[in-house]
Design a protein around this ligand. Structure first.
Ligand SMILES: [Zn+2]
Ligand SMILES: [Zn+2]
Length: 213
């Protein structure tokens, strides 16, 4: 995630007039966010209906951001199900900013068009991106943040962590690549090629009217 921004074509870290041009030059994760995921994972494992569901295998994602002085604490799970895997009832007992977490489940666009940034500005993605419609947790978090229409003065921080949830399907060999040897969820960094290509567009906060075609 370095070099030139695919959306605005400015350098990702370049400063303009002493100010950072991109408020979010890259996405980082944190120990606190990983601990939030551990708690959600534990809550999900208490959910018997979920643990009975053979299809319950997905990515959990959490995001924290402070933008223009306002804090955001978002949770998302991958997949196109209208009812997301992670529900409000799975957010109990989080000790990091307890009670502040909320789930988001935006509709991930099916094509290269119709996307929006964390600043809620429309953006079209490059047509060369394959699997552009993958409903990944990271993408849902960024789209979900955008739909909150943050008042964009300055970005204090934006962090995101992801974890794989493997429930009943833990013994499915096709899922083994995600979770290593154990039957529990893992930290395996999830960044598919489509995310690598899409995230830079979504985190670009250079205003559309400053982009020269
Ligand atoms: Zn940009
Ligand atoms: Zn992905």
């Amino acid at each position: 995630m370095s070099g030139t921004c695919p959306r605005c074509r400015y350098a990702r870290n370049k400063k303009a007039g002493g100010k950072l041009l991109h408020g979010i030059p890259e996405v980082t994760d944190s120990k606190q966010l990983r601990e939030v995921l551990v708690r959600i994972d534990r809550n999900l494992r208490q959910d018997e209906a979920l643990m009975q569901d053979e299809t319950a295998s997905f990515i959990m994602g959490v995001l924290e951001a402070k933008i223009g002085g306002k804090e955001y604490f978002l949770v998302a799970s991958s997949g196109r199900n209208p009812d997301p895997w992670i529900e409000k009832k799975h957010l109990d007992g989080i000790t990091y900013h307890p009670g502040a977490w909320e789930t988001v489940n935006p509709q991930v666009p099916e094509r290269h068009t119709g996307w929006w940034t964390v600043r809620n500005e429309n953006v079209d993605l490059d047509t060369s991106i394959r699997s552009v419609s993958n409903p990944c947790a990271a993408i849902k978090l960024l789209l979900g943040l955008g739909r909150k229409k943050p008042a964009w003065k300055s970005v204090e921080y934006l962090r995101m962590s992801e974890m794989v949830f493997v429930g009943r399907a833990a013994d499915d060999p096709s899922k083994r690549q995600w979770h290593g040897k154990g039957a529990t969820s893992s930290w395996t960094a999830h960044s598919c090629d489509a995310c690598e290509a899409r995230i830079p567009y979504l985190i670009c906060d250079v205003p559309a009217n400053q982009i020269v075609d």
